[in-house]
Design a protein around this ligand. Structure first.
Ligand code: HEC
Length: 175
């Protein structure tokens, strides 16, 4: 629980198995202030809206957006961006911040997410106006299925293993 009501506090322990969050289309949501209903209402609204404070949004295990209280960071519409290192022992926040967080592909989170039409509150999905990411739906699903923090990961087919290895090699080539 937050020490100060309405203040969104985030540490390594805030994050866990992505699939224990609530699925919305292809991504997952939660709310750190107990307002999951408010978060889901916006995520499911056909015309978008402003996500309530405490909202957590995650598509892949290593990247998260968390919504702070109104006015906390006007430049990012109160979103904080995180890059996480995940393993069977848990989560370590590798980077966090507002305008200057860069992901593993060398892209600035805000620069992309700010391109979403205003009504989507910086949530990109597909068709909201953001530049696309180099990950197909299959790969996104595979990353969700293999979150090392989850206890019940399904066994992968040889084809899935192949795709995952190709992605890991591509990522290593960039580093
Ligand atoms: C090249 C542009 C780009 C960059 C850089 C980028 N993203 Fe995204 N992000 C996207 C797109 C596009 C999607 C939606 C992909 C989909 O649903 O197929 C997305 C999805 C997400 C989602 C799921 C909610 C949504 O917006 O659809 C989160 C959370 C997220 N990104 C966080 C981050 C974080 C944190 C960083 C930086 C560490 C980051 N992103 C960097 C383009 C980007």
């Amino acid at each position: 629980m937050a020490d100060n009501p309405g203040v969104v506090e985030v540490s390594d322990d805030t994050f866990g198995c992505i699939r224990e969050m609530t699925p919305v289309r292809g991504f997952y949501v939660d709310n750190l202030l107990g307002d999951l209903w408010g978060t889901l209402a916006v995520a499911n609204a056909p015309d978008g809206g402003v996500y309530p404070a405490g909202s957590v949004v995650q598509l892949v295990p290593g990247e998260v957006m968390v919504k702070h209280a109104p006015g906390f960071s006007p430049a990012t519409r109160d979103w904080e961006f995180f890059e996480l290192d995940t393993s069977a022992t848990g989560t370590e926040i590798r980077k966090r911040g507002f305008a200057d967080v860069v992901n593993r592909f060398g892209g600035n989170c805000l620069a992309c997410h700010a391109k979403a039409e205003p009504k989507w509150d910086m949530i990109c999905e597909t068709g909201h106006g953001c530049d696309p990411i180099p990950l197909t739906r299959d790969i996104l699903l595979l990353l969700q299925k293999t979150d090392p923090r989850c206890k019940d990961n399904p066994t992968l087919s040889p084809e899935e293993m192949g795709k995952l290895q190709a992605l890991q090699q591509a990522l290593q080539a960039q580093n």
